[in-house]
Design a protein around this ligand. Structure first.
Ligand code: DGJ
Length: 724
C-alpha cells in the first residue's frame, strides 16, 4: 500500500479515502490537491496553473513575479504579496523576509514526537508514515522542516513544522503557524464555534468572503470564545453528503485559525499559535517546534468529517488506561452542596450513591485550605480540617468501603491572594513588575514559565495522590490570563510568555499522568473553556459546560461534536429546576441527553425522590451494559437542536443502535415524524428491544423510524430506542 508516494517533483499522501498532493516548483512547495482518494498516477497537470500573477500578455507575467496566485504550503513573509503568511522572522538585518525552498525530504515510519507538546501518536502496527520535507532560506540559513503524518486508516493527515536557526546570528520568530493549505475556491462556507461560559461551542456557518474568516483566542487558553478548529464546507454540503475539510489544532493556548480568500480566488486555510503577542528567540542552532494541526477531508458531509476526527482523537490522541476502559459512572457533588459540606455530607452522599450504582464520587471545590467560598486558599492544597475532620485518607477509606472510587477537584494553576502560598511566594504570580495584577474570581495565576513553580504544582497534586487512594482528578482553570509577566524570565523572553506557559503546563500534566497511570484526569475550565485536542492528550474527558440543563446541553454537545468525540465530553444528569436556567425537564430527557457524553450525575443523591431512584438504578445498569456503544460507537447527529423541533442523536456500534430524542418545541398538533437512521447494514434485520418490531436496515435508513408523539403534550418529551 502506498501511504506516501514520491515521483519526480510530486508528493502524494494517501489515506484510505483521501489523497493530498503537493509539488515542488522552483523549490517552492506548492499544493496541488486535497480531497477524495486519487489513483497513484502522475498528477503533474494539476501543477500547471500560473504560479505568478497571470496576464493576457504573457510577457507581462515575467514582469510581475509575485506569488500571489501560488498555492504555497508554507508561505514565508514577504514572498507572497497579498495572501497568507505562515512564517515571519525578525532577521538580524532587521528585515522580516523568509524565502523557503525545498532541498531534501525523508520518510519516517510511524510518527516522530513533537518536543514538549501534545500530539496524536502512532502505535506499532499502525499504517502511519510521516513525510518530512526540508526547506531553507539560502541567505538567512533559516531551515524549516515541514512534517506530514499520514494516518492511513483514519483519513487524517497532521502537520507541524520545526524551525532551526542555522545562521550565525540570533533571530526572532514573529509568526510560526503549524500549516497552511492553499486551494482554489469552490464556494466554501466556513463553519466554526463561538461561545461563552455556559454556552460553549455554538455553531456558525457563513460563506467565505474576500474579507476572510478568523477564529482566534488571545486570552491565554483555547477559550470558551473560539474553539481552535475551522471547517470549510461547500455550500451544498449537508450533514451526510458533500465535501468538507476540517483543521483542528492540538494546542490549549492562544491560537489563530483562518481562512482567507484572495482576489485571485485562492483560499488559504491555516492554523497555529496566534501571532499576536508571540515572539520566540532562536539563537544559533536552536530550534522551535509548532503544535500539531490535525486535518481531515470527507465527502460524506459534516458527520463523515466529525467521525474522522472522533476516531483519531478517541484512539490516537487520548492515552492511558481510560482510553479504552469503561469510564466510571461518576457523581460530582458541586451542584449538590457547592462549598457547603463536611465529611458527613460526603459520607451520606457515598451511602446513597453506592445504592444507586454510581461508581465514582467526586468532591469538587472547597475541600482544602480554608476554602468556604471562592475568595481564598487556592494554592494551599492541604485538607480543610474544619470540614473534613476525619481527614482525606479516612474519608477515602469510607467511600471505598462502599464500593465507590473517590475523586477530587484541583485548580493547580492558580493562587488566591488570601493564601499561605501567596504569602510565601508572591513572586510566583503571573504579573508585571510594579503593576498590581488583576484578579478574576478573586484569584491570580501562577507563573508556569518558572520550572520551580511547575515543580510545586506537580508536587501539590502528586502528594495528595500518593497519600490517598484518589482515583480521579478534576483539573479546573477558572480565569483568563492578564498582566502577562514573570519575575523568572528576562525581558527578552517576555514575548515567549504565552507559549512557555503552555510548555510548563504540558510538562506538569505529562509527569502527573505518567506517574499516576491509574488516575482518571478530567479537564475543566469554568465548564468547557479549554476543550481542545491538546488537553485531551492528558485528560481523556473534559467537563463540557457548567450549564447542565439537558435542553441547553443538547446544543452545546451538538456543537462540540463537530470535532470532539462524545466519550470526551462529560455530561451529567442534574437536579431540577436546573441551577443555571431554572428549567424543569423530565428524568428521561436528562438521562438520555447525558448519554451523548461521558455519563454521570451532578446532584445530591440522598435528595432523590424514591420514585426516581429505581429509574436511576435501571438506567445505570443499562449504561454499564451498553458502554461500548457510547465509548466506541459511531455518533450521528440526526437533527439540529438549534433549528429543529427535536434534538435527535444515534449511536451505531456493530449491529447495535441507540437513538435518543427530545422534543424541543411542543405544538398544538404534533405530527408523526420518521427519523431516518444512518450508518446501518441495509440488509440486516434490526429488532426494537421494547416493541419487538423488526425493520431491515434500508427501511430504517430510507423510510425511517416512526415517531409518534401526538398524544404526548409534555414539554421536552423524550424517548430512547435500542435496536439490535
Ligand atoms: C468551575 C467548574 O466548571 C465547576 O464545575 C466547578 O468545579 C467550579 N469551577 C468550582 O469552583
Amino acid at each position: 500500500m502506498n501511504i506516501i508516494k514520491i515521483t519526480n517533483n510530486q508528493f502524494q499522501l494517501n489515506t484510505k479515502s483521501t489523497s493530498y498532493v503537493m509539488h515542488n516548483e522552483n523549490g517552492f512547495l506548492c499544493h496541488s490537491y486535497y480531497g477524495k482518494r486519487l489513483p497513484d498516477c502522475d498528477h503533474n497537470y494539476m501543477s500547471k496553473r500560473p504560479m505568478y500573477r497571470g496576464s493576457a500578455q504573457s510577457n507581462m507575467s515575467k514582469n510581475l513575479p509575485t506569488l500571489d496566485n501560488a498555492l504555497l504550503e508554507y508561505p514565508g513573509f514577504g514572498e507572497v504579496g497579498i495572501t497568507a503568511t505562515a512564517i515571519e522572522v525578525l532577521n538580524s538585518d532587521g528585515t522580516n523576509f523568509v524565502d523557503l525552498r525545498v532541498f531534501d525530504y525523508c520518510i519516517h515510519n510511524g510518527k516522530p514526537k513533537i518536543d514538549g507538546l501534545p500530539a496524536s501518536y502512532a502505535e506499532d502496527g499502525d499504517n502511519v508514515q510521516t513525510l518530512e520535507i526540508k526547506t531553507k532560506d539560502a541567505i538567512s540559513k533559516v531551515e524549516v522542516s515541514l512534517f506530514y503524518a499520514v494516518f492511513y486508516d483514519y483519513d487524517v493527515i497532521t502537520r507541524w513544522v520545526k524551525i532551526t536557526n542555522n545562521g550565525e546570528k540570533a533571530i526572532t520568530l514573529l509568526r510560526a503557524l503549524s500549516g497552511n493549505i492553499a486551494f482554489d475556491n469552490r464556494n466554501y462556507d466556513v463553519i466554526s464555534n463561538f461561545g461563552t461560559w455556559a454556552r460553549e461551542r455554538q455553531i456558525e456557518r457563513a460563506p467565505l468572503l474576500h474579507t476572510g474568516s478568523v477564529v482566534e483566542s488571545n486570552c491565554g487558553s483555547s477559550s470558551h470564545y473560539a474553539n481552535p478548529f475551522m471547517i470549510m464546507a461547500e455550500h451544498n454540503t449537508t450533514e451526510n453528503s458533500g465535501e468538507a475539510i476540517g483543521i483542528a489544532l492540538a494546542y490549549s493556548g492562544n491560537h489563530k485559525m483562518s481562512a482567507n480568500l484572495s482576489i485571485y480566488n485562492v483560499v488559504n486555510l491555516s492554523g497555529g499559535i496566534s501571532p499576536d503577542n508571540f515572539r520566540w528567540n532562536l539563537n544559533q542552532s536552536e530550534s522551535f517546534s509548532t503544535p500539531e494541526l490535525v486535518i481531515s477531508f470527507s465527502d460524506n458531509g459534516l458527520n463523515g468529517l466529525s467521525q474522522n476526527f472522533h476516531k483519531l482523537i478517541k484512539n490516537r490522541v487520548c492515552r492511558g488506561i481510560y482510553r479504552d476502559k469503561k469510564r466510571p459512572v461518576l457523581l460530582n457533588l458541586w451542584e449538590a452542596c457547592y462549598f457547603d459540606f463536611t465529611d458527613d455530607t460526603i459520607k451520606s452522599a457515598a451511602d446513597s450513591a453506592a445504592d444507586l450504582g454510581v461508581e465514582l464520587l467526586v468532591i469538587d471545590d472547597g475541600w482544602f485550605g480554608k476554602r468556604d467560598n471562592d475568595r481564598t486558599s487556592l494554592g494551599d492544597w492541604n485538607v480543610n480540617a474544619d470540614k473534613i475532620k476525619c481527614g482525606l485518607e479516612s474519608l477515602c477509606d469510607y467511600v471505598n468501603s462502599k464500593g465507590l472510587m473517590l475523586g477530587i477537584w484541583f485548580e493547580p494553576e492558580m493562587v488566591s491572594p488570601e493564601s499561605e502560598l501567596f504569602k510565601k511566594h508572591p513572586e510566583w504570580v503571573m504579573q508585571i513588575n510594579g503593576r498590581k495584577p488583576t484578579e478574576t474570581r478573586y484569584q491570580l495565576m501562577l507563573d508556569l514559565t518558572n520550572p520551580e513553580v511547575c515543580d510545586f504544582v506537580y508536587k501539590s497534586v502528586a502528594d495528595v495522590l500518593k497519600t490517598t487512594n484518589i482515583e480521579y482528578v478534576k483539573w479546573d482553570y477558572n480565569r483568563t490570563m492578564a498582566h502577562i509577566g514573570s519575575s523568572y524570565l528576562n525581558p527578552e523572553q517576555m514575548g515567549e510568555y504565552y507559549h512557555r506557559y503552555m510548555l510548563g503546563l504540558y510538562d506538569v500534566l505529562e509527569r502527573l499522568t505518567a506517574d499516576f497511570p491509574n488516575v482518571l484526569f478530567e479537564g475543566c475550565a469554568s465548564g468547557g473553556g479549554r476543550f481542545d485536542i491538546g488537553m485531551l492528550y492528558y485528560t481523556p474527558q473534559i467537563w463540557t459546560s457548567d450549564d447542565t440543563d439537558a435542553v441547553e446541553r443538547s446544543e452545546i454537545q451538538y456543537g462540540t461534536s463537530l470535532i470532539y468525540p462524545m466519550s470526551c465530553q462529560s455530561a451529567h444528569v442534574s437536579a431540577c429546576p436546573n441551577h443555571q436556567t431554572g428549567r424543569t425537564v423530565s428524568m428521561q430527557a436528562r438521562h438520555i441527553f447525558a448519554l451523548t457524553g461521558s455519563f454521570g450525575y451532578e446532584l445530591a443523591p440522598e435528595k432523590i425522590e424514591e420514585k426516581d431512584r429505581e429509574y436511576i438504578k435501571e438506567f445505570i445498569k443499562f449504561y454499564n451494559e451498553n458502554f461500548d456503544i457510547f465509548q466506541k460507537g459511531k455518533y450521528y447527529r440526526l437533527s439540529n437542536p438549534k433549528t429543529d423541533d427535536y434534538a435527535i442523536f444515534e449511536y451505531v456500534y456493530e449491529k447495535r443502535i441507540i437513538v435518543g430524542l427530545m422534543r424541543l418545541k411542543t405544538h398544538a398538533l404534533n405530527f408523526q415524524t420518521n427519523i431516518k437512521l444512518q450508518g446501518l447494514d441495509p440488509n440486516y434485520i434490526y429488532t426494537d428491544k421494547v416493541s419487538g418490531e423488526r425493520y431491515c436496515g434500508s427501511q430504517l435508513m430510507q423510510f425511517g423510524l416512526p415517531v409518534n408523539t401526538c398524544r404526548n403534550k409534555n414539554d421536552f418529551y423524550a424517548k430512547m430506542w435500542e435496536l439490535y
